[in-house]
Structures are given as structure tokens and as C-alpha cells.
Write a protein that binds this ligand. Structure first.
Ligand SMILES: [Zn+2]
Length: 97
């Protein structure tokens, strides 16, 4: 455990949120656009680190646009259908013909 103090997991900047950051938020004041991008490799002075949930739910100021430029899908996965229904579907198509 040699000192790596600065490279700890980056956390969401929201108060009280302890999730690791997965997106970086920047404000383009000239265009009135809020950009959500994949987490920058280095902490950026003009960017805020957000967790997936907060990036998802981010509300932008009135008159501003929200642009999601992430290429990595958010870590929040939707609820998957029951495994059983997959098997049934596979079964039906296999024996169906
Ligand atoms: Zn958060």
C-alpha cells in the first residue's frame, strides 16, 4: 500500500453521494450546453465528476441543453427479463418450425 493518495477512485461530486464517478460534466457557457462525457482519465479543473445515476438524472438550467456524449454505457443496467422467459422463447423457436 505505498502512497497513491491522488489516484484514489474518483467519486461523484454531489454532496452525500459516495458512488464512484463514471462521467465528467462540463459546462459550455457560450453555447449553453451541459456535456456529459466518459470520465476523463485525469481530473480536469473545469469538469465535475458524476456517478452514473447523477449523470442520468442531471437537470440542466433553464434554456440549456444536455448533451450526452458518452460511449461507455452507464453502469446502471435495466432489469432483465426472467431467465425462464428466455428459455421458453428459445424452446419455442427450436421446436417450432
Ligand atoms: Zn452521484
Amino acid at each position: 500500500m505505498a502512497g497513491k493518495g491522488n489516484n484514489d477512485v474518483r467519486r461523484c461530486y454531489r454532496n452525500g453521494c459516495r458512488w464512484p464517478a463514471s462521467a465528467s460534466l462540463t459546462y459550455a457557457y457560450a453555447q449553453k450546453v451541459v456535456r456529459i462525457e466518459d470520465l476523463t482519465p485525469q481530473p480536469h479543473p473545469a469538469a465535475y465528476d458524476l456517478c452514473a445515476a447523477h449523470a442520468e438524472r442531471l437537470a440542466v438550467p433553464l434554456g440549456w441543453l444536455k448533451e450526452d456524449l458518452r460511449v461507455v454505457p452507464p453502469a446502471v443496467t435495466p432489469i432483465r427479463p426472467e431467465v425462464g422467459s428466455w428459455e421458453t422463447a428459445a424452446d419455442a423457436s427450436a421446436s417450432g418450425a
